[in-house]
Design a protein around this ligand. Structure first.
Ligand SMILES: *[C@@H]1O[C@H](CO)[C@@H](O)[C@H](O)[C@H]1NC(C)=O
Ligand SMILES: *[C@@H]1O[C@H](CO)[C@@H](O)[C@H](O)[C@H]1NC(C)=O
Ligand SMILES: *[C@@H]1O[C@H](CO)[C@@H](O)[C@H](O)[C@H]1NC(C)=O
Ligand SMILES: *[C@@H]1O[C@H](CO)[C@@H](O)[C@H](O)[C@H]1NC(C)=O
Ligand SMILES: *[C@@H]1O[C@H](CO)[C@@H](O)[C@H](O)[C@H]1NC(C)=O
Length: 760
């Protein structure tokens, strides 16, 4: 039975309620007024006390709600209500009729809780005890269902029938206990594939949804209240349902045959090609695997799945055109994880890859990439080291020529045979291993090259004598006790044999003994003490050291022992003899002494020369002038390039004039000295020395004016000075005026005439 039927009876129910209320009030009044009467019903049943009022009444207020009744009602009594909405929404008249003075909304407030009183208008006292009652606002279908949000769901393709996709829920503000608030769902389209139940849950109706056919559906859901009736509100929403991918398609080669070409010099792991595979599934659901049928293909190639799910062929080892020109490999495709494959039958699961090898002119191939040879360090020049060998891997099999380009390599190679011999003497102690690069060149047009490393290990030969160590600053005391050890010596050796040495005295000594400890050390002992402290002599002993080589080498070393005056505990107070071993040979000393002597002689010569010049200056009376010039030109000369130091134009103009008209020249003729009369060379040497040692003098490059061909030259002097004039009686004092830079020139030209006596 539906609610509307109830609603139709609402009027009578209400009235029954009002009557019951009145009856009850009457009963209690009776009880009150007539105590002692036993009643069947003691308790009041408050079930009745509902008053109903429809929401959203369309006719204008006031709206009649109900009537309060009491048996105690008479003249001069009146009803009062208190509680929710009392006197604001609801009011009661003298007859007990309750009205609402405006229309009410159940969705705002559904129940009003009120209390009724009957009071005596004169005394103001309650005639009846209070009675509680409720005014219930009854629902009208004044709200439509609503979808609170957009819905989207997904379902895997090929899901079984009845798989839940998502649930939609519409809301309705009306009373959910009535049809007004109840919602029924249905699909407006897509009903062949999907279903919706009363709770709004969408399920699949079929098990063959296929992403590859359609990957997304939009279906319209309709929600309506007042189910089963033509009236009522409704809402629709579009629900997007995505179909997600599963691996339900078999992978398949796109062709039965794939052709590839590879150069024979292609390196390992390089790609040969890709065999395309077709698979409708999304890439994450592509799962093909590939394999070769033949082991020979497996040895040479690698087949893997690339990120796109295709078969990628790579090289596992190098190919050789000369051995095999074509490789035929059958490849099988498998995809085990396919779920309910649809097009299994059409899939191409076997394809052939034909790989053609292209010929490439390859460089020579050495038998080894690195060769190790060894040779004794005492091997003579032209000793055989070893032989390297390379061949042309191509069909042409061209001749190979060998060479070594490194000039530091101590071996040479025969260009045809690859035989190597030494070109230098070797020394292990200098370079223990030589590394050379041998080049092999094909004699063909291309001249392809390859290289090999040859390591030449120099084998040690005992060719270094032992050297004593710890033999400097050996001293003994004048009061040395007998058998005192004054030094422990050792030895070293550059050769590559065990560093073991034995020691002995080369010549017996009356003052020392040598004790060989057999552990490569030996001690020098004093035989007898009591030396004369004032003795200036050095004591020497010759020590013979022998190494452990085969054959052994020996060395004899003279060791110097100085004699010291010592205090107690061998404290040296005074060492007479040279403490250190003499480090300089007699020859070197003589050389040094000669050097010193030469320098001394030169210095004396220069000093003498200077003094002589000074005397002549003083005599000429130009002393003050020179002094003045020296002050003026107190600066460093810059050689020929220095054009600021003095006015070059003076020189050049003078020279031009000189060459233009021969007389009167500014320069005197440099008189060619009579042959053999003077030692000009000697003079130049002296001048050069002077220039070298005189810091204040003219820079060396000024000396070119001494260009002198020698007394026997027929060509004569090339100097322009020669042509300037033949007047030799000129005064050259102005040269002095030019400053210190021209001092030497002035001297040469015999300023003051005193020097004209120079043996030119
Ligand atoms: C009505 O209000 C009274 C007091 O105000 C309370 O005791 C009673 O439970 C309420 N009744 C309902 C149905 O809310
Ligand atoms: C259902 O109707 C909507 C709106 O008209 C449309 O976009 C959608 O494609 C339809 N769905 C089906 C499965 O027909
Ligand atoms: C050559 O000798 C070196 C060390 O001296 C060694 O590392 C290398 O392996 C050797 N090569 C050959 C080919 O014997
Ligand atoms: C050098 O000689 C001193 C004195 O005999 C000794 O103490 C020292 O150990 C020696 N040093 C070496 C390196 O043999
Ligand atoms: C040993 O020393 C003495 C002086 O004490 C000296 O006369 C003698 O020549 C020395 N012998 C040698 C071989 O040096």
């Amino acid at each position: 039975m539906g609610r509307p039927a109830e609603r139709q009876t609402m009027g009578p129910v209400m009235w029954m309620g009002v009557c019951a209320f009145a009856l009850c009030i009457a009963t209690t009044t009776a009880e009150h007024t007539a105590p002692g009467r036993v009643l069947a019903r003691q308790k009041r049943d408050w079930q009745w006390n509902f008053l109903f009022l429809e929401e959203e009444k369309s006719d204008p207020p006031p709206h009649y709600v109900g009537k309060l009744k009491s048996t105690n009602y008479r003249e001069r009594t009146k009803f009062i209500i208190q509680g929710e909405g009392a006197d604001k929404i609801f009011w009661v008249n003298g007859q007990g009729d309750i009205y609402a003075n405006r229309k009410l909304d159940r969705e705002e407030k559904a129940v009003y809780n009120l209390t009724a009183y009957l009071i005596d208008m004169d005394t103001g006292e309650t005639v009846e005890p209070e009675a509680k009652f409720l005014i219930q606002i009854t629902d009208l279908n004044d709200n439509s269902p609503q979808f609170p949000k957009k819905y989207a769901g997904s379902i895997a393709e090929r899901s079984p029938q009845g798989t839940e996709v998502l649930t939609v829920t519409a809301t309705d503000a009306d009373d959910p206990t009535t049809a007004n608030g109840r919602i029924a769902y249905k699909l407006l389209n897509g009903t062949d594939l999907f279903d919706i139940n009363g709770q709004g849950t969408i399920t699949t109706k079929v098990n063959y949804l296929d992403r590859e056919k359609q990957s997304s559906y939009v279906i319209v859901v309709h929600a309506k209240d007042m189910p089963g009736m033509n009236t009522g509100g409704s809402a629709t929403t579009a629900v997007t349902i995505d179909v997600t991918d599963i691996n339900d398609n078999m992978a398949s080669f796109t062709k039965n045959m794939f052709r590839f070409t590879v150069k024979e010099d292609e390196k390992e792991n390089s790609e040969v090609g890709v065999m395309d595979v077709e698979d409708k599934d999304e890439v994450q659901n592509k799962d093909p695997s590939f394999s070769f049928k033949l082991q020979s293909c497996r040895d040479v190639f690698e087949i893997t799945r690339n990120p796109r799910g295709d078969a990628a062929l790579t090289l596992k080892q190098r190919l050789d055109y000369e051995t095999q020109v074509e490789h035929r490999c059958e490849v099988t495709l498998q995809e085990g994880s396919v779920i309910t494959p649809t097009d299994n039958a059409q899939a191409v699961t076997t394809a052939t890859a034909i790989i053609t090898v292209l010929d490439v002119d390859e460089p020579p191939l050495f038998t080894q990439s690195a060769y190790n040879f060894s040779i004794r360090e005492d091997a003579r020049i032209n000793s055989e080291v070893g032989t390297v060998s390379a061949r042309d891997p191509d069909k042409a099999n061209l001749k190979i020529r060998y060479s070594i380009d490194d000039p530091n390599c101590p071996v040479s190679i025969h260009p045809d045979t690859g035989r190597m011999v030494t070109t230098k003497m070797l020394d292990r102690e200098l370079i223990p291993v030589h590394t050379c690069h041998v080049t092999a060149v094909e004699t063909g047009m291309q001249g392809l090259k390859s290289y090999a490393t040859v390591s030449l290990v120099v084998v040690d030969v005992n060719d270094n004598a032992p050297e004593l160590i710890n033999i400097t600053n050996i001293y003994m005391c004048h009061n040395e006790a007998a058998d005192t050890v004054i030094r422990t010596i050792g030895a070293i050796d550059k050769d590559d044999h065990p560093q073991h040495f034995s020691f002995s005295l080369a010549r017996p000594s009356s003052n020392f003994t040598l004790i060989d400890h057999k552990d490569s050390t030996a001690s020098i002992k004093v035989r007898q003490g009591g030396f004369d402290a004032d003795d200036q002599r050095e004591y020497v002993l010759e020590i013979l050291a022998t190494d452990a080589g085969k054959p052994p080498l020996t060395s004899t070393t003279t060791v110097v022992v100085s004699l010291c005056r010592c205090g107690p505990d061998r404290n040296t107070e005074n060492c007479k003899a040279a403490y250190a071993q003499t480090g300089v040979s007699v020859h070197a000393l003589i050389a040094i002494l000669l050097c010193i002597l030469t320098i001394l002689v030169i210095v004396i010569l220069i000093v003498l020369r200077k003094r002589y010049q000074k005397e002549t200056m003083v005599a000429s009376g130009k002393n003050s002038e020179i002094h003045e010039q020296l002050v003026t030109y107190d600066e460093e000369g810059g050689g020929e390039m220095d054009t600021n130091g003095y006015d070059v134009s003076v020189l050049t103009s003078a020279r031009n004039e000189g060459s233009a008209r021969p007389a009167p020249g500014l320069y005197a003729v440099v008189k060619k000295p009579p042959a053999g009369r003077a030692d000009m060379a000697m003079m130049i040497e002296v001048k050069k020395d002077e220039a070298d040692h005189d810091r204040d003098g003219i820079p060396y490059d000024t000396l070119h004016i001494y260009g002198y061909e020698g007394p026997e030259s027929l060509a004569g002097s090339l100097s322009s000075l020669d042509t300037s004039s033949d007047d030799s009686s000129l005064d050259y004092d102005f040269l002095n005026d030019w400053g210190p830079r021209f001092k030497t020139l002035a001297e040469l030209y015999g300023v003051d005439g005193l020097e004209s006596d120079y043996p030119y």
